[in-house]
Design a protein around this ligand. Structure first.
Ligand code: C2E
Ligand code: MG
Ligand code: MG
Ligand code: MG
Length: 281
């Protein structure tokens, strides 16, 4: 699937097949150089507690500052990075950068500041993944409880014992685990009781029409109550309007992330928003 996605993503308007293949190879080449040329940047999107209005943390979202193509979104190059194996190095860079930045913001702004970092499932399959996380936390002096690793349900479709043992190691290390895009995977819900996870991030596809589609409203309400009885936290992704926010408030969902509050922004822009009082931490 990743292969197909990777190709489709670079399928430019009416370009012929050869042209597509060429562009794809060119991008693969560029991607290899991008790391040494330091062309990746981390954007940060705040997660807000709607009761207090305070930023509880940020999600780190990588972008590629391509010399000719401009800012390339992760949806376009992560599949390519997975396919070429470059994902390991890119992810390690993102994790280190996000932890370093979070630690700096803890020192300068709020000691309880948290950061969430996305882990791809191939990254999760790496033998030394836990050691890498441990090493980066030591290097950046970020306390493990302020790091949240986001994994998707698709991870549960691989070797389940391997996955559980890795998650247990991360849990012992003290980091938090979230299930990203919750509700969009095809995995059995039984992993919810087998995995040591802390948070469900409800996918934004359920939020889009939440005020007009009763099915979406029911699904999100049910997830909210299930999470509560399983002692899991909930973060709602993709909140764009005040109406959506009001609905979420009515079902007691208090942690949200979405354009309504803030788009993902570069670190300096995040700092400006905090300084100007548009975001409070
Ligand atoms: P995700 O982890 O589910 O991240 C949330 C995505 O939703 C982000 O897209 C964010 O910009 C977008 N979003 C947030 N609020 C709203 C909203 O209110 N409306 C809409 N329409 N969209 C919203 P982005 O940054 O393009 O990232 C796409 C995906 O790429 C991420 O989805 C994640 O799966 C992946 N990704 C991003 N950074 C990394 C990374 O460092 N490593 C890995 N492995 N994957 C990453
Ligand atoms: Mg995520
Ligand atoms: Mg998501
Ligand atoms: Mg995702």
């Amino acid at each position: 699937i990743a292969k197909d996605q990777g190709k489709n993503n670079f399928q430019h308007n009416r370009a012929g097949k050869n042209e597509q293949v060429f562009q794809y190879m060119e991008l693969e080449n560029d991607l290899r150089k991008a790391l040494e040329r330091e062309q990746f940047v981390v954007y940060y999107q705040p997660q807000i507690n709607i009761n207090t209005g305070l930023v509880i943390g940020v999600e780190a979202l990588v972008r590629w500052q391509h010399p000719e193509r401009g800012l390339v979104s992760p949806a376009q190059f992560i599949p390519l990075a997975e396919e070429t194996g470059l994902i390991a190095q890119i992810s390690e860079w993102v994790l280190r950068e996000a932890c370093r930045q979070a630690r700096q913001w803890q020192v300068e702004k709020s000691q309880y500041f948290k950061v969430s970092v996305n882990l791809s499932s191939s990254q999760f399959q790496q033998m030394d993944m836990v050691d890498k996380v441990r090493r980066i936390l030591q290097e950046t002096e970020l306390h493990p409880q302020y790091l949240d690793l986001e994994i998707t349900e698709s991870i549960a479709m691989h070797n389940i014992d391997f996955v559980i043992s890795k998650l247990m190691q991360l849990e012992r290390l003290g980091v938090h685990i979230s299930i990203d895009d919750f509700g969009t995977g095809f995995s059995s819900l039984s992993y919810l009781k087998k995995f040591p996870i802390h948070t469900l991030k409800i996918d934004r596809s359920f939020i889009q029409d939440i005020t007009t589609d009763p099915d979406d409203a029911s699904i999100v309400t049910a997830i909210r109550w299930m999470a509560r009885s399983l002692n899991l936290d909930v973060v709602v992704e993709g909140v764009e309007t005040g109406e959506q926010l009001e609905f979420l408030r009515s079902i007691d969902c208090d942690k949200v992330q979405g354009f309504y509050y803030c788009k993902p922004v570069p670190a300096r822009e995040f700092e400006r928003l905090v300084t100007r009082g548009e975001l409070m931490i």
